[in-house]
Write a protein that binds this ligand. Structure first.
Ligand SMILES: [Zn+2]
Ligand SMILES: [Zn+2]
Length: 290
C-alpha cells in the first residue's frame, strides 16, 4: 500500500518564523501520514498542526476524524493542539494517543495546557468529541497502520514509532527527541542501542532527530538530542533506505541547514555501507511518497 508523509512542522524547541528559516520551516514538529484509504495519522502536535487542521476542515465534506500520536508532551510537541481547528466544530472526532509522564495521565497534561490560567478555552469546552488513548511501548493499530512504539533516550517518557501498513508495504519510523550519544541518564535498558537498531531494521524511511552539529553537541550532552553524524550512523547500522534529518535547532537558518545537509551526505558517503543511504532534511510543506 502506498502512502504519503508530509512535513507540517520541522523545527525543534520553539517556533522560528521569519525570512531566515523560510525554506526548512519555522513550525514545531507535526508530520501527517496519509494512507491510500484516506486514513490520516498525525505525528506530534507542534505549531505545524494549525495549518494542517485548516486544510482538513477545508477539504472535508462533513466530519473530520483525526488521530494524533504524540512522541511526548514537551511544549514544542503539543503547543499547536489548542489551535487545531477540527476541535471547534461539533460532529468532528479527535483521538489523541500518547504516554503519561510519571504519575500524571496524558489527559491531565492536556487539561493543564488549556487551564484557564494560561489559555482561554478549557479542554472540556471543545465542540468535537475528544478521546485520549494512553499508550506505552508495544504494538497497537491506528486505522490503516500497525504501530510499534519504543522508549527513547530523552527526559521523561518519550516514544519513537514505527508504522507499517496493515495491508503490507513500506515502513517508516518517526524518532524525534532522542539522544544517540552517551550523555544523559535515561530510564532505558542496558541493551537499548541493540534493541533500537533491531526496532528500525530495514525501515524504508527514518525520520530522526539531528538537531546538532558535532561541535554543538559538546555543550548539549544530556539534553536528549543527536547530531546528524549520529543519525547517519544509526540509519546505516539499521539498514534504513532514506534518512530525514528532523527537529532542526532554532539557531540554524536555511544557510546553516544547507551546510548541515551537505555535511551529513558527505559523512554518509565516507562510511558507505552495502546499500547507499539517501539523506535529506525535513522541509515544511514537502511530501515523501512511500
Ligand atoms: Zn522537541
Ligand atoms: Zn522533548
Amino acid at each position: 500500500m502506498a502512502y504519503t508523509v508530509t512535513f507540517w512542522g520541522t523545527r525543534g524547541s520553539i517556533p522560528t518564523p521569519g525570512a531566515q528559516t523560510a525554506r526548512y520551516g519555522g513550525n514545531t514538529p507535526c508530520v501527517a501520514v496519509e494512507g491510500a484509504g484516506g486514513h490520516l495519522v498525525i505525528l506530534d502536535a507542534g505549531t505545524g498542526i494549525r495549518a494542517l487542521g485548516l486544510q482538513l476542515v477545508e477539504r472535508q465534506n462533513g466530519a473530520v476524524n483525526a488521530e494524533i500520536l504524540l512522541s511526548h508532551a514537551h511544549w514544542d510537541h503539543i503547543q499547536g493542539l489548542p489551535h487545531f481547528k477540527p476541535f471547534f466544530a461539533p460532529g468532528n472526532a479527535v483521538r489523541i494517543w500518547g504516554s503519561r509522564q510519571g504519575t500524571m495521565s496524558l489527559e491531565a497534561i492536556l487539561r493543564q495546557q488549556m487551564d484557564p490560567a494560561v489559555f482561554p478555552v478549557p479542554l472540556d469546552a471543545l465542540s468535537a468529541k475528544l478521546t485520549v488513548q494512553q499508550v506505552e511501548s508495544g504494538e497497537f493499530t491506528m486505522g490503516e497502520f500497525r504501530v510499534r512504539a519504543m522508549r527513547l533516550r530523552h527526559p521523561g517518557t518519550t516514544l519513537g514509532f514505527r508504522l507499517t501498513p496493515v495491508a503490507g508495504g513500506p515502513s517508516m519510523a518517526y524518532v524525534t527527541d532522542n539522544e544517540l550519544g552517551p550523555g544523559g541518564h535515561y530510564d532505558v535498558s542496558s541493551t537499548w542501542r541493540r534493541d533500537f537498531v533491531a526496532f528500525l531494521k530495514g525501515v524504508d524511511l527514518l525520520i530522526h532527530d539531528a538537531m546538532y552539529t558535532p561541535q554543538e553537541l559538546e555543550e548539549h550532552r544530556g539534553w536528549g538530542h543527536s547530531t546528524y553524524e549520529e543519525a547517519v550512523t544509526l540509519a546505516q547500522e539499521s539498514g534504513a533506505k532514506k534518512l530525514v534529518l528532523f527537529h532542526h535547532e532554532p539557531e540554524h537558518g536555511d544557510k546553516a541547514m544547507d551546510a548541515l545537509v551537505a555535511a551529513a551526505r558527505k559523512f554518509a558517503k565516507a562510511r558507505a555501507t552495502r546499500a547507499p543511504l539517501e539523506v535529506i532534511a525535513a522541509q515544511e510543506g514537502k511530501t515523501v511518497t512511500l
